[in-house]
Design a protein around this ligand. Structure first.
Ligand code: G4P
Length: 286
């Protein structure tokens, strides 16, 4: 497994991201933290708890469309029990977005009441979106703001001045999301982030990664692989990749099975939700 983990998030990136986060957090009342609904813990960075002390917190289970819905609800409960507001959303299709403005107001109620007692009225709540790369921060900001205010795609380290997006008379959103660094030192976390594609494939061993995914699916979602690829019952993970290669006619040099191609097909299918809605982490295991 060790070879899988040769991805890099240089210490310099981390220091810069942390510094930017510290600066921006001073300006806001509410942290809107996006996590990936398929891996709600592995896609978090607990450092945000420390950085965001004394701020209102809202956790969004993004990409909820790709995760099992009953699990999404369990995770929402889990985060609520920890004292955060939490909702599931699909930023890509806009699911759950409409209710966000009221959820934001609710998450900041204490702060608004405090202001009111001090005689501060009509001061909008200021919020900032944070999350690890690729979790959907830009897509969410676009969906919430209703127009292309923030560019989607990966733009590490881009900040030019501070721009606020006025969502309504009560809420303003910092247009630049805060980038959190993944907990890359934890191998299990790294593996799950690689499954969902938030760590680049070129620096990973595709077949090894796919074999790990086969093992997970076979034990947690039995029957899914057999049905999707029309193959016999899965036993050995590498045998399974060969079966997928055969079933999908992935061949090299004439008639040799191309298991590397099969591995890529499997990973892509999983990431695009073609294997169905799958959650890699469950709250009861925490
Ligand atoms: P980031 O700012 O946090 O780095 O993430 P970004 O918004 O760029 O989103 C990363 C990818 O995740 C994008 O896919 C985006 O479409 C997808 N995405 C964001 N939210 C959701 C969601 O709720 N559900 C699903 N299924 N996907 C979501 P991409 O492959 O980079 O681009 P494209 O597929 O939009 O072309």
């Amino acid at each position: 497994m060790e070879r899988i983990m040769h991805f890099q998030w240089y210490p310099g990136h981390m220091t810069k991201a942390r510094r930017m986060m510290q600066e921006n957090i001073k300006l806001i009342d509410l942290i809107i933290e996006l996590v990936d609904a398929r891996v709600p813990l592995s896609s978090r960075n607990p450092d945000i708890d420390e950085l965001g002390r004394n701020k209102a917190r809202l956790i969004l289970l993004n990409k909820a469309d790709l995760a099992e819905d009953t699990r999404n609800d369990e995770w929402v409960d889990f985060f609520k029990k920890k004292g955060c507001s939490a909702v599931k959303v699909n930023s890509k299709k806009g699911g759950g977005i409409k209710s966000i403005q009221s959820v934001i107001q609710e998450a900041c109620r204490e702060k608004t009441e405090r202001d009111r007692r001090k005689g501060i009225l009509n001061r909008p709540v200021r919020a900032m979106v944070v999350g690890i790369p690729n979790v959907g921060k830009s897509t969410f900001i676009n969906a919430l703001a209703g127009k292309a205010c923030a560019k989607t795609g990966n733009r590490p380290g881009v900040t030019k001045g501070k721009q606020w997006i006025r969502l309504n008379k009560n809420v303003e959103l910092l247009d630049t999301p805060g980038i959190l660094w993944p907990k890359f030192e934890d191998q299990e976390v790294g593996l799950k982030l690689a499954f969902i594609g938030s760590i680049k494939d070129e620096i990973l061993q595709t077949e090894e990664l796919a074999a790990e995914l086969v093992k997970f699916l076979n034990s947690s979602y039995p029957g899914v692989l057999e049905e999707q690829y029309d193959i016999l019952a899965v036993g050995d993970a590498y045998e399974c990749l060969r079966d997928i290669a055969e079933s999908r006619h992935c061949l090299v040099r004439g008639n040799e099975l191309d298991t590397e191609k099969a591995a890529s097909i499997l990973l892509d299918d999983f990431r695009e939700g073609k294997l169905g809605r799958i959650t890699l982490e469950r709250p009861e295991a925490v």
